[in-house]
Design a protein around this ligand. Structure first.
Ligand code: CTP
Ligand code: CA
Length: 228
């Protein structure tokens, strides 16, 4: 397959992409968030649509306009993202979890704004774990042969962390980015290695997020279940 030719190799397929970063509210004016821009997820959604797929994009807090020809579901929190993804994947051929899902949320949502006290102290915020959506959809495939793809941003021994995460999550492909100065957050470019559960490892050179998106679909297509 050649990159960027928009071969219609996803025609008749339904794919689900999550994008952006969840925000976990603490009180009416504050949240715990992360720095995911959502650009990689949008590039994946646009590329799949150009390759003929019906695309559901589950978006969290990106502020990016809805791409033409893509069904967009807007969510805020990890729990909402889980609900929307589980609903969308019921008839999906493939799902790509590009969203940065908060690992924790405040245990309690304060319905009124948290105020400072006169004693000069600061509150302690208790956190609880969010559900692991990628692990859940990998373990309970909604359809036999559904292809599940995860993303991971790592530091230090990036490949070792990636291989371990691929096993732990149970997905078919894991796109591993190295987090560094010019890399990943808010940037237009990305560099990655795509690890596959069959042991294949595909390096993707530093370049536009559109190129990484095409490579991900190039790796998904041969893994899709045969159609009748
Ligand atoms: N993910 C998810 N649900 C979560 C956390 C992560 O579905 N609660 C997905 C992300 O969308 C991504 C993949 O899992 O595709 C890897 O996310 P990452 O944060 O790297 O994995 P974690 O298991 O949370 O590991 P870490 O402790 O390194 O953050
Ligand atoms: Ca995490």
């Amino acid at each position: 397959l050649t990159r960027g030719t928009a071969a219609p190799d996803l025609t008749g397929r339904h794919v689900v992409v999550s994008a952006g970063g969840t925000r976990e509210p603490l009180d009416p004016v504050r949240y715990l968030g992360n720095r995911s821009s959502g650009k990689q997820g949008y590039a994946l959604a646009r590329a799949a649509a150009a390759r003929g797929a019906r695309v559901t994009l589950v978006e969290a807090n990106t502020g990016i306009p809805d791409p033409a020809g893509v069904d967009v579901v807007h969510v805020g929190t990890a729990v909402q993202l889980r609900e929307a993804v589980l609903k969308a994947v019921s008839d999906a051929d493939a799902v790509v979890m590009a969203a940065a899902v908060a690992d924790f949320r405040p245990a309690v949502y304060a319905t009124g704004k948290i105020k400072k006290k006169d004693d000069g102290g600061a509150p302690t915020v208790e956190l609880v774990r969010n559900p692991d959506i990628l692990a859940e959809i990998s373990a309970d495939r909604a359809l036999p042969g559904q292809v599940v793809v995860g993303f991971a941003a790592e530091t230090d021994d990036v490949l070792a962390h990636g291989r371990e995460k691929l096993r732990r999550k149970g997905c078919d492909l894991l796109v591993v980015n190295e987090v560094g100065e010019r890399k990943t957050f808010g940037s237009e470019e990305n560099e990655a290695v795509v690890l596959a559960s069959d042991g294949a490892e595909t390096p993707v050179p530093y370049g536009p997020k559109e190129a990484l998106a095409e490579t991900v679909w190039d790796l998904v297509v041969p893994r899709l279940r045969a159609t009748t």
